[in-house]
Design a protein around this ligand. Structure first.
Ligand code: 3H9
Length: 696
């Protein structure tokens, strides 16, 4: 339960919000603030009030866990209006973070101070909403329309120093003690007879070109998200209305956004990405210390993993077959670091220090003897991997962790080939490993809990989003990908063009469609997967022979300038290729198929049904712990639109019965590919959603 305390020190009332961990403005905090400010207004011993946040930060915003539930009074806008109406001055004293409703409390105060380095932001659009407690009305009055729109529509916090520069903050405190700094500032205001100074009384900001400019900019960049453009409408209302009419318009728009599926999707994503690391099996288990990392294999993946590790301050020894390969790996890592310098993410000195001190590229496994954890990233062959693990087993100290970056091989078999299967785990990075956030932590049958805990701790250190996966071909992500990609190939065989499918899925919100992904990854990857699986193929499997035909022509995608699309020099977007359409026609003719038209809606439904059905199988088999783990894998590794919350959340919002009905109707024409997941059937029969499985 959050609380608000009140004490008076030498005529300064100190109002402290205490609701760990982020001082969210829950119902009890809101009523506490209301009561406290009524008390301050009536208190003849207090001439000025300061609002502080106890502990880590000022205030992290409204209490997100209350969203979607019936509102409880007092509402935050009313609480802030009450604070602003005080006849004696009120100071907001911010440290570390003032976000969302927290910054709105500060906007309703009469003076704002912050310790240097404090981050101030209105991140509501990232949750599918917009500031709803006066932020869209008070901020433009304080800093102008352009700056307000930048903060509100981007949702990125600014530093207190910058905020001081553009007038959002009136005073930068000294030292690191916010209470002492706040009291000193309050006393100086008292000494100056500073009056109450409500932001609402400032003249409305001028409706200048900024509104038109931001609206146009956002229309191009938001990719289906509704909140940023709605926020522009609210800011515009601040320029054309009286303060309280503007506030009412803000409330109307805010409540409308609260009701959207986008808000539900984004809030789900917020909590899901925090839930993924909460695993009973590692609760209370200490991670092993990891300071020195080894990487075996310096191809694109190994170099990316090494780059990620050195960038996070770890010492890395990379082993390659021979010195030419080791030099090549070093160059690749140096190239990755150079790119980080160019992007302003790394200083040139730090790059040089990393290359000098933190990175060793060698050809001898003995150099790994002091490593705490080694990640193997060699060729995807069980034989080759087992050979590497035999050498690691012989070289590494007791207690060191042996990790494989395989993307589909059986981690149990790899672990079983060593004398210490409890120390073996899969760490499936996504390419490019120093950029992509997702890490699948693949837990084998005998992996020790502290090895799992270490993998999650390492992921945090590397800035990765780690999701636990069980052992199966493709783990969570690639296993599901293989199903929906097959569904897409079936649609192409039956009459949809790869371009229509890509367009339908990017319109749905994916960063890329499946054929654009193929071109980026390389058509050789898909070909190799088909070859690998050929031995287990079922006679009723349908062969996407057009994909093989492109491979045999050497059209491997972006890297060869031609795949499903043609890429002109320097063009990474590509454009459709009539020759590919002819190859697809031929594949249909060879299979005796008469093509039929597909609507975009049917494409989306089939694609999503395949994804959701396999997601349900993955959860049912315990490969993913909960539906939310599947969601996070897709948000972070597969370009799934965040505002849809992930495939399983999408399924819940669409209705599991509707998805099951689609699968059953597709099964009427192909009951080999389309077979409903038993979990999906069970949930529909019980009238439950996937979300009911997230609560365990
Ligand atoms: C808003 O303010 C709307 C208003 O305009 C209008 C209202 C009318 N509420 O992230 P962490 C939990 S919208 C409830 O791991 P960090 C979080 O789930 C809000 N709970 O810490 C986690 O719980 P658990 C605008 C919250 O140090 C724990 O706190 N504000 C909230 O890495 C620790 O969180 C935002 O969007 C919340 N507001 O990062 C800010 N925030 O331990 C959202 C956190 O059970 N929050 N929790 O897993 C953040 O961005 C980060 O939490 C923050 C701290 C940067 C503050």
């Amino acid at each position: 339960m959050g609380s608000v305390s009140y004490e008076v020190e030498n005529r300064v009332a100190v109002v402290t919000v205490e609701n760990p961990p982020v001082n969210a403005l829950s119902q009890d905090v809101r009523s506490g603030l209301s009561e406290t400010f009524a008390r301050f207004e009536a208190d003849n011993d207090a001439d000025i009030a300061v609002i502080l946040g106890a502990g880590r930060m000022f205030i992290g915003g409204a209490d997100i866990s209350e969203f979607g539930k019936p509102p409880q009074s007092p509402s935050l806008p009313n609480v802030i209006t009450h604070i602003e109406a005080c006849t004696k001055p009120v100071v907001a004293a911010m440290h570390e973070m003032a976000l969302g409703g927290g910054l709105e409390v500060a906007l309703g105060a009469h003076y704002r101070m912050a310790l240097p380095g404090t981050r101030l932001g209105l991140p509501e659009v990232k949750l599918g909403i917009m500031p709803g407690a006066g932020g869209t009305q008070r901020l433009p009055r304080l800093v102008g329309v352009d700056k307000a729109l930048e903060m509100i529509t981007r949702g990125t916090p600014v530093t207190a120093d910058a905020a001081f520069g553009f007038g959002l903050v009136d005073h930068l405190g000294e030292g690191s003690d916010i209470r002492a700094a706040a009291l000193a500032y309050a006393r100086s205001l008292l000494a100056d007879n500073a009056p109450a100074r409500p932001t609402k009384d400032l003249p409305a900001a001028k409706a200048d070109d900024a509104i038109v400019v931001w609206r146009a900019k956002l229309k191009k960049s938001v990719r289906g998200e509704v909140a940023p453009l709605t926020a522009v409408d609210a800011v515009e209302a601040s320029t054309t209305n009286t303060f309280f009419d503007g506030l009412a318009e803000e409330r109307r728009l805010f409540l409308h956004l609260m009701d959207t599926p986008q808000r539900a999707g984004l809030i789900h994503a917020f909590f899901a990405e925090r839930a993924i690391a909460k695993l009973p099996e590692i609760d209370g288990i200490a991670a092993r210390a990891v300071k020195k990392i080894g990487v075996v294999g310096g191809g694109t993946m190994g170099a990316g993993i090494a780059t990620s590790a050195v960038l996070s301050g770890l010492a890395v020894t990379l082993v390659e077959r021979d010195s030419a390969a080791a030099d090549k790996a070093r160059k690749a890592i140096a190239g990755n670091l150079d790119a980080a310098v160019t992007r302003g993410k790394l200083s040139a000195q730090r790059r040089d220090a990393i290359l000098q001190d933190a990175l060793k590229t060698v050809t001898d496994y003995d150099a790994l003897s002091g490593a705490d954890l080694v990640i193997e990233a060699v060729f995807e062959s069980m034989e080759v991997k087992k050979d590497v693990f035999a050498q690691l087993d012989a070289t590494l100290a007791k207690g060191a962790i042996l990790a494989t970056n395989t993307s589909y091989l059986d981690v149990n078999e790899i672990a079983g080939s060593t004398s210490r299967p409890e120390d073996v785990i899969g760490l499936h990075f996504f390419s490019p490993a120093h950029i992509m956030k997702l890490l699948e932590v693949v837990v084998a049958d005998k992996t020790a809990p502290d090895v799992v805990a270490t993998a999650f701790a390492l992921a945090k250190k590397l800035g990765k989003t780690a999701v636990r996966a069980g052992v199966c071909d493709g783990f969570i992500g690639n296993r599901i990908l293989s199903r929906y990609r097959t569904a897409a190939d079936h649609m192409v065989l039956d009459g949809a063009s790869p371009y229509q499918i890509d367009k339908a899925m990017t319109d749905f919100g994916f960063a890329m469609g499946p054929y654009q992904v193929s071109d980026l990854a390389g058509l050789d990857i898909g070909y190799a997967t088909r070859q690998r699986k050929a031995a287990d193929a079922h006679p009723r499997d349908r062969n996407p022979s057009f994909a093989d035909a492109l491979y045999h022509k050497g059209w491997l995608g972006q890297k060869t300038g031609r795949g499903y699309y043609i890429y002109d020099q320097g063009d990474r977007k590509g454009h459709p290729d009539a020759e590919v359409e002819r190859i697809v026609d031929q594949a249909r003719a060879d299979a005796g198929i008469t093509p039929r038209p597909f609507t975009d809606d049917e494409i989306v439904r089939r694609y999503m049904a395949a994804m959701v059905n396999e997601g349900a199988c993955v959860v049912d088999e315990g490969i993913a712990q909960r539906p939310l783990d599947v969601d996070v894998v897709f948000l972070y590794g597969y370009g799934f639109p965040r505002w849809r919350g992930g495939p399983m959340k999408y399924a819940d919002m669409t209705g599991l019965d509707a998805i099951l009905a689609d699968i059953r109707s597709y099964a009427e024409e192909d009951d080999h590919f389309w077979s409903p997941s038993p979990l999906l059937e069970k949930l529909v029969a019980e009238g439950r959603a996937f979300d009911s499985l997230n609560q365990r």
